[in-house]
Design a protein around this ligand. Sequence first.
Ligand SMILES: Cc1cc2nc3c(=O)[nH]c(=O)nc-3n(C[C@H](O)[C@H](O)[C@H](O)COP(=O)(O)OP(=O)(O)OC[C@H]3O[C@@H](n4cnc5c(N)ncnc54)[C@H](O)[C@@H]3O)c2cc1C
Length: 528
Amino acid sequence: MPSLHQPSTPMADPASADLAVVGAGAAGLYAALCAAREGARVLLVSATPLAQTASYWAQGGLAAALAADDSPERHLADTELAGRDLVRHSAAEILVREAPGCVADLQSLGVRFDADRFGRLALGLEGGHSIRRIVHAGGSATGRRLVRQLSALAAAEELITVFEGARARALWTELGSSGGQGAGEHGADRQGTGENSLPAGNACEDRCRGLVCEDGRIVSARAVILATGGAAALWARTTNPPGSQGIGLLLAHATGARLADLELLQFHPTAAIGVPGREGFLITEAIRGEGATLHDLRTGERFVEELAPRDEVSRAIQARLRETGAEAIGLDMRAIDPAHFPNVVAALREAGLDPARELVPVAPAAHYAMGGIVVDLNARSSVPGLYAVGEVSCTGLHGANRLASNSLSECFVFARRAVAAALSEPPASSPTAAETRALAAISASPPATPEIRAALWRDAGIERTGEGLERLLSAPHPLARLIARCALARTESRGAHLRLDYPERDPALDLRHAVVGGEDGVSWEHWE
Ligand SMILES: Cc1cc2nc3c(=O)[nH]c(=O)nc-3n(C[C@H](O)[C@H](O)[C@H](O)COP(=O)(O)OP(=O)(O)OC[C@H]3O[C@@H](n4cnc5c(N)ncnc54)[C@H](O)[C@@H]3O)c2cc1C
């Protein structure tokens, strides 16, 4: 990644499209395909090879109420229970109602989900779900199958142009009457406040018209959809690929878009630890769904309900590790048929560990960002023309603790909505010469150094204190500082956010989202 004060890059002639989509994970690929299906021209900007998206790594699957004895209402109840009184009801309701339709659409696009011999979808069970509702492909190879199929379709689609290996460096905003800085400078604090303010109220007068890549290419479009994934790789111990460092959040923040709930980072309970070459390798919850158990490695004791929601399981493991001084607990999957989870078993065996004979050492690792760019129910951010879908967005539907496998479903449900809304934005226009010069002068976001990642793990890890978070406020990385701001403001423990100095939940913060806009503090919002 270029340094913060890199010299300007030469500008190429702007490319124009109906939609610019940044990121080629599940959310970005599906958004591009949905737009092309509507006859729109799409420019898809993808920084990394496909194998480096979190989507490719997904092992569990998509949650959708498809079983005969399941219902959207039941899926909604499980989502709200896991989310710890912070789930935005309207967004969760959309998810549970529209997820089954997205599964059907993916099947029509050629994604082959696992089925029984009668052709009925085989549904898995994961933590926090009261019933089997996880649709998967190739056992634990769901993400790989999805991403391969969707990227093959995108590559073959004439209406989609892919800028492969291109990284968005900044968003291009057209100056509005507010006199904002545009072209990547911090605009005024546009955060809405108040009891019922909509999360993406159009307080911003500037409009997003495109983006500039690190190689100098400019893209102009009716709208930009950010699908750049999450931020969990900012933490030293993570299940995520290295690219998941929240760059999209910084791109959006620089245009004045509002971000929320950055303190709510889910720690997955079972990432491999001390397994050579596989540090942080995620071992899907679906394996516990099939009966694998968790044990204290010294006493053999089972000490936690394996299928409780993730925050509960991670917290119990962390407490046990602190009490015993151990590095890991043991996952016993010896009774599980290896054929059901072929890629997990193969990865562990390659690393010299045979899960059919021995316990797998595991511990929690940073996994999923519940917070992100504040969006409305059609994935619009607070900056007109700028949309966000997938893990980079904050629809509010995951509350303080995402229910397993709701994130892939969210990628598809809200990508479809984003496209429908974005295609009605005004047509693209080209940047003026002055705007082109301004775009050329914008610096790239600074990379996260190993020191910053270690600081986040230490000061904003599973257990946090005011003292550690204060220290993080002066970290040399803008996103680390924003995370610290939100985490300091949330003076309570809720879901994934555990403050040792505020161990109780504060009912006054029920359904209150921590929103950051400009350089100032945090505002609390209730989203309808
Ligand atoms: C190991 C693992 C297992 C998981 N299992 C499941 C599961 O079973 N079920 C489930 O629901 N969820 C699961 N999750 C979470 C889920 O996979 C993610 O939330 C989801 O895939 C995110 O998709 P996305 O499209 O938003 O982002 P990603 O898939 O991360 O894609 C982001 C893309 O943006 C690109 N990008 C980033 N910055 C830029 C830039 N500046 N310019 C251009 N491109 C950029 C990246 O290169 C990448 O292509 C898992 C996550 C991990 C890490």
